[in-house]
Ligand binder design. Structure first.
Ligand code: BGC
Length: 781
């Protein structure tokens, strides 16, 4: 009898167990129904990799992939696996070594965002996306925390290197290409940081006060394009506030704009402080924030209590949980993808080498480049970063690559040798500097680590005598000027934007000595961001802005120096004459707290709500300001030289259907070397109700490789909606009626072909969202 009872109890227990649904793409509602309130709350609160010390965060999954940034929780009872989120964006950032094994977990370091965008080549960026998606999956991760899509509002922002451009169209198109590439591999992205995260100073507390128009036309526009054209799995809400409300709890931003206006279908996660002082978790849930990263146990409880005491509607929780389940069923973890932990470095190295070579921008060339075979046999290599080459930035944007090809190796690989004396001096200095600056790290500069801020050691002076000595042994000189930056810190003018005295002396001494012997000098800028060039650009014979071009950097640069690749990169931001020339200067970084790095070191915290940045320049960011107000610049937006020349024929511009314009232009290689060119279409609107910048980039396309004398017709389609301005009074996009001029050239200041077209009015209603709480003193034309 007893035995029978046991058997029947076991059978009924097994039946109950069987009745529990296991998650699949077809039973999301059923699983939602089966979840307890505790399980629902838990699913909305993610974990992290001991980010704030063991135990501080939710989730026992934190160690699934060592060094990954975070996880979403597993609920094994319902077949819900943990998913793994990894930085991003220039490659997979995980720990390269792990305890208890000799195996390594290096990842390909691809070119940083500014370099990728400078290719103006969406197809190539798509290939980089595919390779990153593949490495994400092969390292057992589900989502790469990128692309970084904030606008270059000011050249001093510490994270500009991770971002694409001062222009939202270019940002959106490059991001969409990256996202489509990653997601084609069955891995996801988290487009970040949504939104208006244009500075690092006080980034977790600053209130970015911005007009609805500038928000819609500039700061949100890139994200809008990416959402509409690539359907990102996830979006990361930024740390800052926008017009008084944290992005992470901002219903206008995360629901009205992102979902109601744009139709976003994925999940929103927080940037990496899931719990915020002054922002109840239930407000984040209500706003449409689906995953707190990294979350804390208190947040799970807050959600449970909120539902129980009626302050949080279970419908809001269910909506977010459903979105989480819809995300989870797409992931490699859900599909139990057999991660190899062995990506194809060889194939990916070829992609990064080619992409960097297309993203590097030739800023000056007096004819010295390309080097003809055998003419330059030995180079004198100056500058510490020739030997300690910066493949990428720091902070969460850094990647641990298996190797970095520096300038020395890059030149060696094409049969060019360099001065052993200089190699010896610089290598010894770097060895010494690493120990010295590590040991002497000022307490207020604790951020000088891989994680936050700068890592570059001060450049050493090389005496004019030593420089002179090199002239007789070398056919040319290269000077690498490096700059490092990363999250948490903006760049300073004196030592990061401007050259320091040792660098100035190096440029003048090397140019004087080598030019006296009739030998050329090339400057390589190895920086993630814009630097000052106007005061010294007259001295060298050529200047290449190599950015931080990934782990194959030295090879990519050598490909350009030797003419194996003809430069076709174009700047995606204006290079000002002085750091303070941008209209945003007045408000960058804004009215910040007393909060300095000394305060940080002393564990002081900013006063919440105290810091703010007024965007008084409004829509006049980057070339929109410089071109409209006719200010001189060092290098204009879109600028970049080639070893050949191109012409643009008169474009044919005509209506395409009811709501689009078609622009056709023939590009011809008029020089003597094979190369690629970018056609940039700037549109000038007729004078109307709303003031506009003098011109705005509305389309672009890159040719294939054109041989001398060869032409290609490029066809670009511009939706009439893309010509609109945001009309705050009517909460609508408005393309005013009148004659539009389509101006085509290869920089915003070099327009060589134009055509006009009459358009009638177009409007499109939006929600009324993100109204500023304070009135702003906006810049007017
Ligand atoms: C950064 C994000 C990053 C996250 C996880 C944050 O501090 O702002 O860009 O993805 O950390 O590492």
């Amino acid at each position: 009898m007893k035995k029978l009872l046991t058997i029947s109890l076991f059978v009924s227990f097994a039946m109950t167990m069987n009745a529990q649904p296991k998650l699949s793409a077809n039973n999301i509602d059923e699983v939602l129904q089966a979840m307890t309130l505790e399980e629902k709350a838990k699913l909305l609160v993610g974990g992290a990799n001991n980010f704030f010390g063991a135990g501080a965060v939710v989730g026992g999954e934190a160690d699934l992939v060592a060094g990954a940034a975070g996880t979403s929780p597993a609920i094994p009872r319902l077949g819900i696996p943990a998913t793994v989120l990894t930085d991003g964006p220039a490659g997979v950032r995980i720990d390269p070594t792990r305890k208890g094994t000799d195996k390594t977990y290096y990842a390909t370091a691809f070119p940083i965002g500014s370099c990728l965008a400078s290719t103006w080549n969406t197809e190539l960026v798509g290939k980089v996306g595919e390779a990153i998606g593949n490495e994400t999956k092969e390292y057992r991760c589900d989502v790469i925390l990128g692309p970084g899509m904030n606008l270059h509002r000011n050249p001093l922002c510490g994270r500009n290197f991770e971002y694409y451009s001062e222009d939202p169209l270019l940002t959106g198109k490059i991001a969409a290409a990256y996202i489509n590439g990653v997601q084609s591999q069955g891995a996801g992205v988290s487009a970040k940081h949504f939104a208006v995260n244009s500075q690092e100073t006080d980034r977790t507390s600053v209130d970015e006060r911005v007009s609805q128009r500038a928000a819609r036309e500039l700061y949100l526009r890139g994200f809008e394009i990416a959402v509409r054209e690539s359907n990102p799995w996830t979006i990361m809400a930024s740390y800052n506030k926008i017009n008084g409300e944290f992005s992470m709890g901002n219903h206008d931003l995360l629901t009205k704009i992102l979902r109601d206006d744009w139709g976003f279908k994925g999940i929103v996660m927080t940037d990496w402080i899931g719990i915020r002082e002054g922002l109840p978790t239930i407000r984040e849930v209500q706003a449409g924030n689906d995953l707190m990263e990294p979350g804390q146990p208190a947040q799970v409880q807050e959600i449970i209590d909120g539902v129980k005491n009626g302050s949080l509607d279970i419908a809001d929780v269910d909506r977010n949980v459903r979105r989480m389940l819809e995300y989870i069923v797409k992931t490699p973890s859900f599909h139990q993808y057999p991660a190899s932990n062995a990506p194809d470095f060889k194939a990916h190295a070829a992609i990064t080498r080619q992409t960097a070579a297309e993203g590097i921008v030739l800023l000056k060339n007096n004819g010295t480049l390309p080097w003809k075979k055998g003419v330059i046999k030995t180079v004198a290599l100056f500058g510490e970063n020739s030997y300690d080459f910066l493949s990428g930035g720091t902070g969460s944007g850094c990647v641990h690559p298996p190797y970095v090809v520096d300038m020395l190796e890059g030149l060696q690989n094409v049969g060019i040798s360099s001065s052993p004396t200089l190699t010896d001096i610089y290598r010894k200095y770097i060895e010494y500097a690493k120990v010295k600056f590590q040991a002497e790290r000022h307490p207020a500069k604790w951020y000088q680590s891989e994680y936050f801020g700068q890592q570059k050691y001060p450049e050493i002076g090389i005496s004019p005598i030593a420089v002179n000595n090199e002239v007789k042994h070398a056919d040319a000189a290269i000077i690498t000027i490096g700059r490092q930056a990363g999250e948490g810190v903006d760049r300073d003018i004196d030592t990061e934007f401007n050259l320091i005295p040792e660098e100035r002396a190096l440029i003048t001494d090397v140019c004087n000595a080598f030019h006296a012997a009739g030998k050329p000098v090339i400057v390589i800028i190895n920086s993630g961001s814009v630097i000052e060039t106007a005061s010294w650009s007259a001295y060298p014979d050529a200047i290449l802005c190599a950015w931080q071009p990934g782990m194959e950097g030295g090879n990519s640069i050598a490909d350009l120096l030797t003419g194996k690749v003809n430069p076709s990169g174009k700047l995606t931001m204006t290079w000002p004459i002085s750091a303070t020339d941008h209209a945003s200067t007045k408000d960058f970084p804004g009215n910040i707290d007393f909060y300095t790095f000394k305060d940080m070191a002393a564990n002081k915290r900013p006063i919440p709500g105290h810091a703010y940045t007024n965007h008084e320049e409004d829509i006049y960011v980057g070339y929109r300001y410089f071109d409209t107000f006719q200010k001189n610049v060092a290098y204009p937006f879109g600028f970049g030289l080639s070893y050949t020349t191109f012409s643009f024929a008169k474009p044919v511009v005509k209506a395409k259907g009811k709501d689009a314009v078609e622009v056709c232009v023939t590009v011809k290689n008029t020089g003597s070397i094979t190369g690629k060119e970018v056609a940039q279409v700037y549109v000038q609107a007729p004078k109307g109700k709303l003031a506009k910048p003098t011109q705005e980039l509305k389309a672009f396309a890159k040719t294939r490789e054109l041989k001398p004398g060869e032409s290609q017709v490029l066809t670009m389609v511009i939706p009439v909606r893309d010509l609109a301005s945001f009309d705050e009074a009517g909460s609508q996009w408005l393309t005013e009626a009148g004659t539009y001029t389509f101006r085509i050239g290869n920089s915003s200041r070099d327009i060589t072909a134009t055509a006009t077209l009459k358009l009638s009015e177009y409007t499109e209603k939006t929600t009324n969202a993100l109204a500023p709480q304070q009135s702003l003193n906006l810049l007017k034309q």
